[in-house]
Design a protein around this ligand. Structure first.
Ligand code: OOG
Ligand code: MG
Length: 256
């Protein structure tokens, strides 16, 4: 089997079986960012072959807090499928993940295609709606430790998402309070401004970065802007809620 296909299979199997795997970059120090995105695409093709459908993309490491938490300081992206969607107000089954963490995000729903280099105004004009979202990330690597190439190959740790109600995009999202609670206790507090200064910049970056893989953002796609604070490592029995100022509250309960 070709080297990149073997990496894709290894990561896909790790995700399917919720088993951790060693970092690729440690054994293969010639592994490049470009190859890592190819591995990501190949691992997602394996999901499509099992019947999963593309629903959009996620941006990662778009805030300082996130970059510091994982020790990687470049913006990355990953692909989202319908199987990753968790129903708001319901449960997340921890045993389906290796070591899941939840992060507070903002999500965009696209109404027009966005391609390559676009301005913030063009990006906002292509948005149908915005909403509050929590991403469930789950690195397939041992101890949640990885280099830039590893995490890209691992679909930027994406594994689940919870989305709240959609709102018209005329709400000013530049500086909205975002509060993550666990069983009603404050856990993380931040602002949407932590996402590259303004979440729309994440959408602008998304359009540019997916173009490098020959893709575009399509009408109906969702785009997750990236965590505004550090991610919270979840435990069984926790109800994790996110309130985004003017956008509402969403919750998920962690079960075995
Ligand atoms: C990488 C994915 C980061 C975000 O929102 O910044 C991410 C990771 O932290 O495992 O999803
Ligand atoms: Mg995220």
């Amino acid at each position: 089997m070709e080297r990149l296909d073997a990496y894709a299979e290894k990561l896909d199997t790790a995700a399917l079986t919720a088993t951790d795997t060693p970092q690729i970059s440690i054994e293969d120090n010639s592994f490049t960012v470009e190859e890592a995105y190819q591995v990501q695409a190949k691992s997602i093709d394996r999901r499509y072959a099992r019947g999963e459908k593309r629903i959009g993309i996620k941006m990662g490491l778009t805030s300082r807090a996130k970059m510091i938490q994982v020790g990687v300081d470049e913006v990355i992206w990953g692909r989202l499928t319908n199987k990753m969607v968790l129903e708001e107000g319901r449960t997340l089954s921890k045993s389906k993940f290796v070591h899941p963490r939840i992060e507070p995000e903002i999500v965009f729903l696209m109404k027009k295609e966005l391609k390559g280099n676009v301005t913030a105004l063009e990006a906002m004009n292509a948005v149908e709606a915005i909403g509050p979202a929590m991403e469930v990330i789950d690195s397939r690597y041992e101890n949640f430790k990885f280099a830039l190439t590893d995490v890209i190959a691992d679909n930027s740790s994406s594994s689940g998402l919870v989305i709240g109600n959609w709102h018209k995009p005329d709400i000013d999202i530049s500086n909205l309070g975002m509060r993550l609670t666990v069983n009603g206790q404050d856990k993380m507090f931040g602002s949407s401004a932590a996402i590259l200064g303004h979440p729309v910049r994440s959408l602008v970056s998304a359009a540019r970065m997916v173009a490098q893989s020959g893709e575009t953002l399509k009408p109906g796609d969702i785009v997750m802007a990236g965590g505004a604070t550090e991610a919270h490592a979840v435990s069984i029995g926790e109800t994790v809620s996110l309130t985004v100022q003017n956008l509402g509250t969403i919750s998920i309960t962690v079960e075995a």
